[in-house]
Design a protein around this ligand. Sequence first.
Ligand SMILES: [Zn+2]
Length: 398
Amino acid sequence: MTQPVDGTESPRARVSFLSQSSTAASGRALRPSAKVLPEHARGHNRALVLQSLFTTGQRSRADVARSTGLTRVTVSELVTELMAEGLLVEIGQRGGARPGKPAILLDIDHSSFQVVGVDLSDFAVFRGAVLDLRGNIVRRAELPLTGITGQAALDRVVALTERLLALVSAPLLGIGVGSPGIVDLAGLVVTAPNLEWTNVPLQAYLFERFGVPVVVANDANAAVLAEHSFGDAREDLMLVRIGRGVGAGLLLGGGPLYGSRFAAGEIGHVVVGTDGGQQCSCGKQGCLETWIAVPRLEAKLMDAPSEAGRDDVLREAAGRLGIALAPIVGALNLGQVVLSGPGQILGGLFVDATLETIRSRTMAPFHGDLTLRLTTLGDDIVLRGAAVMVISARLGVS
Ligand SMILES: [Zn+2]
């Protein structure tokens, strides 16, 4: 399946479109490895070549052949094709004194295509950006959200997307959207209570409206992809987003985990402990959200009588998060947990106390080298993850 990208006549605006079944949405490993059925070989080999340059960049054709296991002839043909599409460029010769003809280095042309990313997870604004293939933000736009739900919220997503499309300055690869709530693999928002959305086919709706490839996923699932591609993360990773609510995205063996009802990572309404706790919006008592959601934490910190009192609040909240995470770390043998949320609350003591709790509740020989840290991607993590979803779906790399 090949689709024109955005209606311009430039040959660069045409990129082979990998079938949806081979996108990240299927839950397969995000990055291509070896071996594949012959009929899928060409698209797969293209992705292998792109991936070998996407991660490290600046390699010769011979380097690419070595790292992918493809023959030099195949690599040369694919490189010619990818250069004609504008995705690859020659960036000069390798320096240094090596015998023979100096090798010409290749790299991805990260400005050759752009992606529109949209983040619907903030409760006050819908945020958007135009991003390049490195996930760098080229332009930004946002629209206020306060008090808007249902069809009006959907109209606002369309308005923001229109505004972003007008800012695009290179051929467009597609639109990626990180939405709150439960989102299935077809980009249907099964439920997003804050926006009062139930069974909203957001991906199909935006595709119909704009006629370009669209990928919609849960915001935490988008965020974990950003951490994987741009945040120096490993192949087994849990990313916990702490904001007005609490959710997580999971990557196992390099592939996203969605769960039987697309709700993997929805830990916010899991009750932590058997000692009660505050009333939750879901009707239960002592859900993880009641302990660590940012508005609840901010209220408790405001009431704290002293600096020491604030530390106690943070230590208790972090302890509850650790109690919730320990069995997940134990069951999946995760090596890495990354937190995303306000750094002034979650940095330092909160991170340390969460890790300490997990360590005290898991087996040191297997889980002792677990790392837990704040993301370095800041508030743009969902926008950048939305870009990864599109790049992965269109080019097969991440
Ligand atoms: Zn709850």
